[in-house]
Design a protein around this ligand. Structure first.
Ligand code: ADP
Length: 154
């Protein structure tokens, strides 16, 4: 069974994340959206909220699971038997950052391959940190949020 882990903060999940998962679906038997918990990284939304929104976004798809984890992503891959890490690339900055992480993950566990999908142009500007800024400044960020959960952001 081909299992991919899509790790991230998902603070909050956006249409950009949703699109990467949907496009990766034909490649894998199961995709686990892994919401990483890092006690030193401050998030706007709680782990419970981020998990609930990811679950609601994909609630009609039995191939997608949502979970939370702490610690190294490669260790979590082993725990859930994921041989692939899925990541999205918006631009060259993402590539530089993601490429380093992928190479270091490969050094730590060469049985896990990182698969990158380039974003589709209409979602390439969507960024969770800008979405958070809009929300913090009382703007309406719902157009960047999956339709399934946008009522929580109006
Ligand atoms: P992290 O804190 O690990 O960067 P994010 O939740 O910000 O977590 O992102 C998770 C993954 O989703 C990353 O691979 C990121 O590049 C990708 N991603 C984020 N926004 C988009 C987007 N608009 N289009 C495609 N990929 C995206």
């Amino acid at each position: 069974m081909k299992i991919a882990l899509f790790p991230g903060s998902f603070d909050p999940i956006t249409k950009g994340h949703q699109s990467i998962v949907n496009r990766a679906l034909p490649l894998f038997d199961k995709i686990i959206i892994g919401i990483g918990y890092n006690s030193t990284k401050k998030t706007l939304f709680s782990l419970e909220e981020r998990k609930k929104w990811a679950e609601l976004t994909f609630k009609n798809n039995p191939k997608i699971e949502v979970s939370t984890y702490e610690g190294l992503t490669v260790n979590y891959c082993k725990e859930v038997n994921a041989k692939y890490i899925l990541r999205g690339l918006r631009n060259v900055n993402d590539f530089t950052f993601e490429n380093n992480i992928a190479m270091m993950n490969m050094d730590m566990d060469n049985a896990v391959e990182t698969i990158f999908l380039c974003t589709i142009p209409k979602f390439s500007a969507i960024n969770s940190s800008i979405v958070r800024d809009i929300i913090l400044n009382k703007g309406n960020a719902s157009q960047f949020i999956p339709e399934e959960i946008k009522q929580y952001f109006c």
